[in-house]
Ligand binder design. Structure first.
Ligand code: FMN
Length: 340
């Protein structure tokens, strides 16, 4: 199984990614949050600069993982949000010059401002334009291109037609989040859309590599997915990893010991806490270093805790103090209480 870290705007930028790589490092691929401006604004540029991503840029795809498990070495894939081929190609060219070999197209962002401009999941509503866009970028882009998609905008009617379009292009991989734009992030998954994609993949001789993404936030949810879609070879994890950074390690362990899954043992709580503490400090120091003013670093860390709080059941009181902390002194004292 190949595991990939989902792009999450505002969260999985290079500070998070480097801290994750240092303390967990168990993803085969890492995707950056989307880049939308052709000139690459300050934040976008900093996120992809090779000097901010050294640990991801070393080695070629065919190299073995340092753990010697024969996996693909961790790599970084910048994501682009655009509906103009010219702009997409311009951004991809900048990325090529920095040493990237693979970019991802965002066809899933459901946010109103993105969709109203016909980008992200909004682009799925005009399949003929999307087809022309894909034709041009696949013809001209020197990098390999993967796509991250939803199933449609207002319903699933276009989904099969969209798959027919995707199948025409040499897609590096097709990452499917089985929801439509209207579903945002909470609506129940539409797994029948995944089923259709896998069925078509089988029919076309597996031309496209499909990656599943959505609501794998625990080992149990992963097991259910594996049962329903045993042929899936790639899974992208997002909020599940923010809630429990040990998740990918747990899923890998389970894959290794599938036959005797009852034997699975979680790492000792004490050891987990130590790693989480170091991971947290790494991010806190990283944000303090790069952000203008402590308040901005505080805001970033609080956002992370909306997910990471799940790793600390029974600590609701202290977690509330984190949410309420108005300055770094109160924040750090609340964090110590959570870890206590
Ligand atoms: C705060 C947040 C920011 C996100 N930013 C991006 C993004 O920049 N690009 C993208 O393709 N998806 C983005 N997503 C969607 C995730 O990559 C992923 O598809 C979604 O969270 C579902 O997977 P999960 O249930 O594993 O989290 C974002 C999601 C969240 C919650």
């Amino acid at each position: 199984m190949q595991f990939e870290l989902a792009p999450m705007e505002g969260i999985t930028g290079y500070i998070f990614r480097n801290a994750y790589l240092k303390y967990f490092g168990d993803m085969d691929r890492y995707f950056t949050p989307f880049i939308a401006s052709t000139g690459l604004n300050h934040k976008e540029l900093n996120d992809v600069l090779p000097e901010h991503n050294e640990g991801f840029m070393r080695g070629l795809e065919k190299d073995m993982n340092v753990k010697g498990e024969g996996q693909i070495r961790p790599r970084l894939v910048p994501q682009i949000l655009s509906n103009r081929a010219e702009d997409f190609l311009m951004i991809a060219d900048r990325l090529r010059q920095m040493g990237y070999s693979h970019v991802n197209l965002n066809l899933g962002c459901p946010s109103g401002t993105v969709v109203s401009r016909g980008r992200g999941a909004g682009f799925l509503g005009v399949p003929s334009r999307l087809d022309a866009f894909l034709e041009e970028i696949y013809e001209k882009c020197p990098l390999s291109v993967s796509v991250k998609t939803r199933l449609g905008v207002t319903d699933m009617e276009d989904w099969e037609g969209l798959l027919e379009i995707y199948e025409k292009y040499p897609m590096e991989e097709l990452i499917i989040h089985p929801r439509i734009q209207r579903d945002f992030y909470k609506h129940p998954l539409r797994l029948e859309g995944m089923e259709l994609a896998l069925h078509r993949q089988e029919k076309t001789g597996g031309r496209i590599s499909i990656c599943y993404n959505g609501e794998i936030h625990s080992l149990g949810e992963y097991q259910t997915l594996r049962q329903r879609f045993p042929r899936i070879q790639r899974v992208m994890l997002g909020r599940g990893v923010l809630k429990n950074p040990f998740l990918t390690g747990e899923l890998r362990q389970w894959e290794k010991r599938r036959q005797v899954s009852e034997d699975y043992e979680n790492p000792a709580p004490e050891a987990r806490r130590e790693v989480l503490w170091a991971f947290h400090q790494e991010m806190l120091n990283g944000y303090r270093e790069i952000m203008a003013g402590e308040q901005n670093a505080l805001y970033k860390m609080k956002e992370l805790w909306t997910y990471l709080g799940d790793s600390f059941p029974g600590k609701e009181k202290a977690l509330k103090k984190i949410r309420k902390a108005g300055d770094m002194i109160r924040y750090e004292s609340a964090v110590r209480e959570v870890f206590d």
